[in-house]
Design a protein around this ligand. Structure first.
Ligand SMILES: Nc1ncnc2c1ncn2[C@@H]1O[C@H](COP(=O)(O)OP(=O)(O)OP(=O)(O)O)[C@@H](O)[C@H]1O
Ligand SMILES: [Mg+2]
Length: 500
C-alpha cells in the first residue's frame, strides 16, 4: 500500500458492437512493480491493454499517468507519454529488416534523416540483451513467428519507458528464452518501470509478478498480492480466473502399440535444419516432437504436412509414398496441421468462425449444405468453449485464445487421420487447455495418429505416449512418457550434462 499509482484506469468501458469487452474496469499500476493481468480467454485483457496503449479509444473512463489525466490517447501519444507495448498480435513491418523494426519510430534525426549507425548499434544491443542470434539486416517477414515475436520483445524491452506492457510475451518462446525474458522483466521493474504482464502461464506469473489483477467477463474480480504474507499458489489464481477448480486430465492411456503404422518418415534432411530424422507414427498413438525453439521439430511438421520439401529422405502414409507439395495435397492423404503461425497460415480473419472451421474440409468436399456446416461448427464451438459461442462472428472479432481454438477445430474438422499439432494449447486459458488435451486423447482413442510439436515439457508430458527429442536438427532421444520428466527433457533438448 501507500505508493501512489503510476498508471490508473478508472471506469473503463469498451464495446465492440453488441459485445461489451470492458464493463467498467478499475486498474492500478505502481512504478517498479510487475503487475500480472489474468483471466480466461475473452475476459478483456487485451482490450484493456490496447486501451492503455492508445490502440483502442475507450467508450468511457479515464486514464491517469503520474497523476496527470491522459486525454484522448492515440498510439503516438501513448508512446510519447512513455507507454511501451508488445501486443498479442504481431505488429512488425515484414518488408523492413530486424534492425529497422527495432528502431521503428525512433532514430529519425533532424530533417527526417535516419542515423543508420545508431539503428544497427541499438538493434544489436537489443538482440544481445535477450541472447538472440538473428541477422540485423534480414527482413522480418522471412523469420519464423517465434523469431518475429522475439524481435518485438527485444524492441519493447530496449526502449526507455515508464510503463511496459507485454501481452503474452512467452506464448512463442521456448523454456530457456522464457527464463531470459523473465529476468529482463524483473530487471526492468527494478529500474522503476511499471510492467503489466499478461499470461496464461501461471508458473511464470508466480515467478515474476508482485500483484495480479484478475479479469473475468469484462470486470475486475480480484486483486491479489503475490508477495504478501500469504503465499498464493497456482490453484488460487485458477479459482479466481475461472471461478472453479480445474480438473487436470490424466495423460491418455495407451490403447496398445498394436495400431497400424499411419506414417513413416525415413532419413529426412532439410538443409541444416533437419538431419537424417526418422519417425514412425501409429494409429491411436500420440507422439511428442519436443525440442528448444529452432531444434527442427517445426521443420519436421512442415515436411510431413507438405509445406516444406525435404532435401533427402522419404515419407510414407498408410504404406504409400507421400509426395504432397501443399497442405491441401497433404490433407488429401489425411494429414492435417495446426500451424504454429496461426494468423498467417491458419485463419482468414474476415471469414466467420464456421467458414474458417470448414475451410479445409470444404476444399475437399464442395457443396456441403450451409446449414450442416453451421451445426457442425456449433458443435466445435461448444466442445472447445469458444467465446462468444456464435459461429457466425468473424474470426477477427475473437480474442487471441479463442482464435487458437478455431485453428484447432479447423484442423481437426478437416477429417485428417494424421494430426500434426504445433503448440496446440498455446494462448488458451487453463480451463480450455484441459478440454483440448482431453479432445486429443479422444481423437487418438478413435484411431487418429497424433504428433504434438512443442517446446514445452509440460505439454508433451501431459499429452503424449512417447516423446521424441530433437536438438540442432537431429533426434537425440526417444522416451516413453513414463521414463520422461521435465528435467530429463530439458537436459536432452539443451544438451546440458545431466550432472552425471
Ligand atoms: N476487434 C474486435 N471486434 C469485436 N469484438 C472484439 C474485438 N476485440 C475483442 N473483441 C471481443 O472482446 C472480448 C474481449 O476480448 P480480449 O481480446 O480483450 O480478450 P482476452 O482477455 O485478451 O482473451 P485471450 O486470453 O484469449 O487473449 C471478447 O469477447 C472478444 O470477442
Ligand atoms: Mg488477449
Amino acid at each position: 500500500m501507500g505508493a501512489a499509482p503510476l498508471l490508473r484506469a478508472s471506469g473503463v468501458r469498451k464495446s465492440f458492437g453488441a459485445t461489451q469487452a470492458l464493463k467498467g474496469v478499475d486498474f492500478e499500476l505502481r512504478a517498479g512493480e510487475v503487475h500480472a493481468l489474468l483471466g480466461p480467454n475473452g475476459a478483456g485483457k487485451s482490450t484493456l491493454v490496447k486501451v492503455l496503449a492508445g490502440a483502442h479509444r475507450p467508450d468511457a473512463g479515464t486514464l491517469t499517468l503520474d497523476g496527470r489525466e491522459l486525454g484522448r490517447l492515440g498510439p503516438g501519444a501513448a508512446h510519447a507519454a512513455g507507454i511501451e507495448t508488445m501486443l498479442q498480435q504481431t505488429a512488425l513491418i515484414p518488408e523492413l529488416s530486424v534492425a529497422e523494426n527495432i528502431a521503428l519510430g525512433r532514430r529519425v534525426g533532424r530533417g527526417g534523416l535516419v542515423d543508420w549507425r545508431a539503428v544497427r548499434r541499438d538493434g544489436a544491443a537489443a538482440l544481445a540483451a535477450l541472447g538472440l542470434e538473428l541477422r540485423l539486416e534480414q527482413p522480418v517477414g522471412e523469420l519464423s513467428i517465434a523469431d518475429q515475436r522475439a524481435v518485438e520483445l527485444a524492441r519493447a524491452l530496449s526502449r526507455r519507458c515508464s510503463v511496459l506492457i507485454l501481452d503474452e510475451p512467452t506464448a512463442t518462446l521456448g523454456a530457456r528464452e522464457a527464463q531470459v525474458l523473465l529476468r529482463q522483466v524483473r530487471r526492468t521493474a527494478a529500474e522503476g518501470v511499471g510492467v503489466i504482464y499478461v499470461s496464461h502461464h501461471l508458473d511464470e506469473v508466480l515467478a515474476v509478478a508482485d500483484r495480479a489483477t484478475v479479469v473475468r467477463d469484462g470486470r475486475v474480480v480480484e486483486l491479489l498480492e503475490l508477495r504478501g504474507e500469504r503465499t498464493v499458489q497456482a490453484g488460487d489464481l485458477v479459482r479466481a480466473m475461472l471461478g472453479r477448480e480445474v480438473v487436470v486430465a490424466a495423460p491418455p492411456e495407451r490403447v496398445g502399440d498394436t495400431g497400424a503404422i499411419a506414417l513413416e518418415a525415413r532419413s529426412l534432411t532439410v538443409g541444416r535444419r533437419l538431419r537424417d530424422v526418422s519417425l514412425t507414427l501409429r494409429r491411436g498413438e500420440i507422439v511428442g516432437l519436443f525440442g528448444a525453439v529452432g531444434a527442427g521439430q517445426s521443420t519436421l511438421a512442415r515436411v510431413l504436412s507438405g509445406q516444406t520439401r525435404p532435401g533427402a529422405g522419404s515419407v510414407a502414409v498408410d504404406g504409400a509414398p507421400l509426395r504432397a507439395r501443399t497442405p491441401r495435397q497433404a490433407l488429401r492423404r489425411g494429414i492435417a496441421l495446426v500451424p504454429e503461425d496461426r494468423l498467417r497460415s491458419g485463419l482468414v480473419p474476415a471469414f466467420d468462425v464456421a467458414e474458417n472451421i470448414q475451410l479445409s474440409a470444404r476444399a475437399l468436399s464442395r457443396g456441403v449444405l450451409a446449414r450442416r456446416r453451421l451445426s457442425e461448427a456449433r458443435r466445435w464451438v461448444g466442445d472447445l468453449g469458444v467465446q462468444p459461442a456464435d459461429p457466425t462472428l468473424p474470426v477477427a472479432a475473437l480474442s487471441g485464445g479463442n482464435q487458437q481454438k478455431v485453428v484447432f477445430a479447423k484442423a481437426v474438422a478437416s477429417g485428417g487421420r494424421v494430426l500434426m499439432l504445433e503448440e496446440p494449447t498455446a494462448g488458451v486459458d487453463v480451463g480450455a487447455k484441459q478440454e483440448i488435451r482431453a479432445l486429443v486423447g479422444r481423437l487418438a482413442g478413435d484411431g487418429a495418429a497424433v504428433a504434438i510439436v512443442s517446446t514445452e515439457p509440460e505439454e508433451v508430458l501431459a499429452m503424449c505416449h512417447r516423446i521424441v527429442v530433437l536438438r540442432k536438427g537431429s533426434v537425440v532421444a526417444e522416451l516413453e512418457r513414463e521414463q520422461a520428466s521435465r528435467q530429463a527433457l530439458t537436459e536432452l533438448a539443451t544438451g546440458a550434462e545431466a550432472g552425471r
